[in-house]
Write a protein of this length. Sequence first.
Length: 482
Amino acid sequence: FRNAVGVHERTEQALPAMLSGRLAADDQRAPSAADYPDTLFSLVEDGYRVEAVESVTALCPTTACVDGSRQRPPPADWWRALANDLAVVAGHVLLPIDLVGGLPPIDQGWSGFLASEAPPEEASPQEAPAEESVNRRFNRAVDNDRRRALADFELRLDDPLAADQLFFGHFLLPHSPWTILPDGRRYSVARVPPGDWSVWTDDAWVVEQAYQSHLLQVQYVDRFVGDVIERLEELGSYHDALVVVTADHGVAIRPGTDRRVITADNVGEVAAVPLFVKRPGQLHGQISDYRAETTDILPTVAALLGVEVPWPVTGVDLFAPDLPDRATSTMLGSAGPVTFGVDGAEKLAIARYHDRWFAAGDPYGLAPPGHHDLLGVEVATLANGAAAGEVSLDQRPPFADPDTDVVTALISGTVTGIASGEHVVAVAVDGRIVAVTRTWVDGGLTQFQAMLPPDAIEAASMPRFYLVNGAGPERTLAPLDG
């Protein structure tokens, strides 16, 4: 369903809506089973053994989920939170009534009472203090390595699989921060280009480099999906399995746009989501341009499983013969609802915008417009001028350490001895241009960063840098010392 869209800009509402088939309450807390008792989990708990890997939510009730299926915080955090909760409950029980008013409430959830008094870490202005915000759980998951949740999910696909098993995973990938390569190795970011965290800078090149990092992390997630399918095939379960792959929301990565707040300008990015449904026994793939919405997932799954949904839903069974003729879709968000058409024109326009930046659709083919043809060229075949300036690199080889999965993929530094401003810079390894980038100026410094392809990461030699002068066949390269 390549024309699918989400219904809310934030996970707090988007995921419950997906799992219940109807719009969720506008609540900033991390969603739990107590808040949303009617979901896919409760729908199938009488007939299926559910294993759920939830990274920031707790929507699968203990009555449905296998013990330990939900990701848990580190032991130290868990014991600390338990001690805090016990202290608050004891205060409500033992203190005089006139002193209880100063304590956090204990009737808004089952745990995390003290956390409701603290603002969420790195929370956006739209988020109110809560029991524990999705932001806080997200930050903790990032600190604990988000790849673990994917590995945890794969480990659950063990032999033999039974027909009454349901596996659910909500992963914080390819969500930013974008620091994972397609092969699963991580890299660090030494320099942060100018711009606000919530609204992109107007510098199109800087934003497109972020999009490149996003694409590489998307490829890692694609590889994970492929591994899951391969595992199901190994177990002999893929043919009969119902498989759904989707996302709860998108993200905008264009100059001057808000990354996550839905607006009429970024519908093609924030609202657009992938949606793949492999039906049991399906032999051949199909493409549908019907306007699917994420609230359709629950009714569709229920129909394919032969289960009746006992609560009202706004979504529809996407394989029903009498699908409604949708004329518009609406995504809810912190700045208000945004209604848009169903032809997918917004998403296609975004795809065309990004495509022009990349050679042959390769994420490693990013280059400033007019300079894609430099990639892969031998430096010796181009005219070389006198040294133009000097590069001070933030990193030193070797860029890959066999004893760790952290590599130097995104190199960065400053250029001196040239006029302050925007310059095209070619990066060469072993005499061949492997990346082409462009400088930016921030804090009076002419700075740059460039993503190295895998073979350049493994190379033992130091990258060489060249200032690109001119355009087209008349271009020359001026070495940058350093």
